[in-house]
Design a protein around this ligand. Sequence first.
Ligand code: NDP
Length: 450
Amino acid sequence: MTPQEILSLVKQRNPNEPEFLQAAEEVIVSVWPVLERNPEFVRLRLLERMLEPERLISFRVNWLDDQGNVQINRGYRVQMNSAIGPYKGGLRFHPTVTPSVLKFLAFEQVLKNALTGIPMGGGKGGSDFDPKGKSDDEVMKFCQAFMGELARHIGHRLDVPAGDIGVGGREIGYLFGAYKKIKNEFTGVLTGKGIGWGGSLIRTEATGYGLIYFAEYMLQEKKDSIKGKTCLVSGSGNVAQHAIEKVIQLGGKAVTASDSTGFIHDEAGFTQEKLDFLKDLKNKRRGRIKEYADKYKCEFHALAINHEENPLWNIPADCAFPCATQNEINEKDARNLLKNGLKLLGEGANMPTTIEAINVLIDNGVLYSPGKASNAGGVATSGLEMTQNYMGSNWTSDEVDSRLHGIMKNIHDTCLAAAKEYGKPGNYLIGANIAGFLKVAKAMQAQGVV
Ligand code: NDP
């Protein structure tokens, strides 16, 4: 077998699933040297088995909108791999959700969760439901209908979903309430819960904070730091907000944020006060990002994402943190970043950079971290939330934050060690893929052909 043969097999089995095939190709190429060293992994077809979900559940979700009209959505849960622990991974509510998107996210999640060092398998789920423009009552009714089916497939020792795009604290609350009602039990079946009913301090902040801790560790390798660095951030949701917050706290300057309507460029940089305005705008009032530009008299550019070339990535900066969605940086964007002197790109979103763009960055010496390593702080802290739920106790912010620091450092060092061992020193992409793959592969090997 060659990497191309495995990829064409995966293509045959998963036609019309471009996002899943993109994620699969990146990993197949990266982990090939591991298979060459371990013929037993090839015989057991561990990579091909990892690329096949253990279970893919698809279901109808019916609910009544505020006008009494019947609405129909699709719900999904992809239970990708449970070799090292219960399935774990977020729920995404967005019109672009398809089996392909969820399978790519679930596959990435398997390797990411393995990197955290916490015993969690990988899964992902969601719906094509769009919470945008819906009333709180409609979101609640949808969440209750969605959980009406999902509840039979999840459990605190079986599969523990969390948030993702379109699923924040409000949605987790409604989903948890519905699960508790259906099952008549109070367990840590979801993470990202509210403080006071099983949630963990720092879970909300963890993905964005962890991303910047990871970037700081990468820069430290080069005797450098975030301090004084100009940073581009895309997105304005959970991950983007807390990445910006940590950049501010570490003395860097975050100058952009975006949503699906466009991006703002604030040359003076975010302050905590401006960020608080953004948080209120996005989390409470659920408004559009242009309001930020109107308030702080800075530039607004319409339609930032999914264009041939995104002007956000053509702003001179030292660091870039894509924190919105998949494939938001293409080869042209990468060349623009490079031309403007970029030193580091840390992925906050999952797969925000195309394969071609990644190659441009790595080949030109930019420090690049894949999301499965640098955004793993979120799921790691979800793992800490699960531990606190099992123990029936709560840790302080400092305790969780210091564990988050330790986990990000450990992932960083694990990636570097694996990259070095396989002859690609400093390549975080190859390091992350190999280290995550090895952990899951060894567990699958030990557990037999099941
Ligand atoms: P949110 O829903 O809180 O925010 C998402 C942001 O990205 C919004 O600003 C949204 O704009 C924008 N966005 C989403 N989809 C699109 C699209 N198709 N085109 C343009 N803009 C888009 O999500 P999160 O911050 O939680 O997630 C962001 C990324 O981080 C995702 O890739 C997610 O998988 C990843 N991630 C999240 C983790 C978490 O803990 N939350 C953990 C690890 C990874 P708008 O408001 O207009 O929709």
